[in-house]
Write a protein that binds this ligand. Sequence first.
Ligand SMILES: NC(=O)c1ccc[n+]([C@@H]2O[C@H](COP(=O)([O-])OP(=O)(O)OC[C@H]3O[C@@H](n4cnc5c(N)ncnc54)[C@H](OP(=O)(O)O)[C@@H]3O)[C@@H](O)[C@H]2O)c1
Length: 304
Amino acid sequence: MKIVLFGKDGQLGQAIQSIALPEDVTLIAFGRDTANFEQPQSLRKIIADIKPDIIINAAAYTQVDKAEEEYDLAHMINAVAPSVLAEEASKIGAWLIHYSTDYVFDGKKQGAYTETDTPAPLSAYGRTKRDGDEAISQHHDKYIIFRTCWCYSQYGQNFAKTMLNLAQTREQLKIVSDQIGAPTNALLIAKITEQMIDKISKNSIAAGIYNLSASGHVSWYDYAKTLIQTARDEGLPITVKDDGLIPVLAKDYGAKAIRPHNSRLDTSKLSTALGIDLPNWKEDVISFTKNFCKTQKEKNGLSS
Ligand SMILES: NC(=O)c1ccc[n+]([C@@H]2O[C@H](COP(=O)([O-])OP(=O)(O)OC[C@H]3O[C@@H](n4cnc5c(N)ncnc54)[C@H](OP(=O)(O)O)[C@@H]3O)[C@@H](O)[C@H]2O)c1
């Protein structure tokens, strides 16, 4: 089986490459240098030449605030390019696995969002991602869209790493306290992607959108508290004072893009389809933080 991966250098792309795939799978991975989503038409030849069985698209324009000023570029990468991938996948009968976001919703729902809830994005980024999801379902019928949220990992830039780094230089940090979601490790998304590949190869999965996040939910503020308290317990030289974590409302934080207050995703469709229970966000975040601290202490030459 041949799999083409786009976005190999992002946090999810790297997580996917770190997962051991079955021996009969050949993974051909592309980054921005060899497959530029700013020129979507150039993707057609790559797919036509390789004729993969599955295309995994982990490439995306993910700078949520900057997208407010770079809408056209974000739309090209997040909507036009995935649309081209769907068209080409359809021509050769390949499956397309793509990743969407909680930011397609306005966050006004009471309770967790399901796959059938209607997107109503608040931000330019959210609109481009919604348009990508819609284009895929219009052009192809063999697709899996994983709708995920609050992704972090050892790779690239993300909230968890930013907090753990800032907590070692600042005495005070202001964190948004009125938005909730489930921090989700890119490695979890990668493992579920692998299970989905297995289902696809056995022809035993229905195409469509599947919500994919860790279970439970938390605010950004309490998430940061968990990260920093765990790091403190692990002996990382934390400079944030005991009363130095300051909760702020999103409206007072001043981010350019508006984000949903409620990013909770109902994952029961995925759990049933794969026969799995998704792990609680807190266990994964604590385990990630312990590893982060171990690596950091090794780098700094401190004994663990
Ligand atoms: N991060 C989150 O919290 C989150 C939440 C929900 C959903 N998602 C979705 O999950 C997916 C993966 O996100 P991620 O966290 O792995 O993002 P990421 O770390 O920002 O990775 C995105 C990748 O896309 C590549 N890319 C950007 N512009 C490109 C272009 N013009 N041509 C080719 N490649 C380009 C980037 O290349 P470079 O490395 O060269 O910059 C990067 O490798 C995305 O679909 C995202 O919307 C993410």
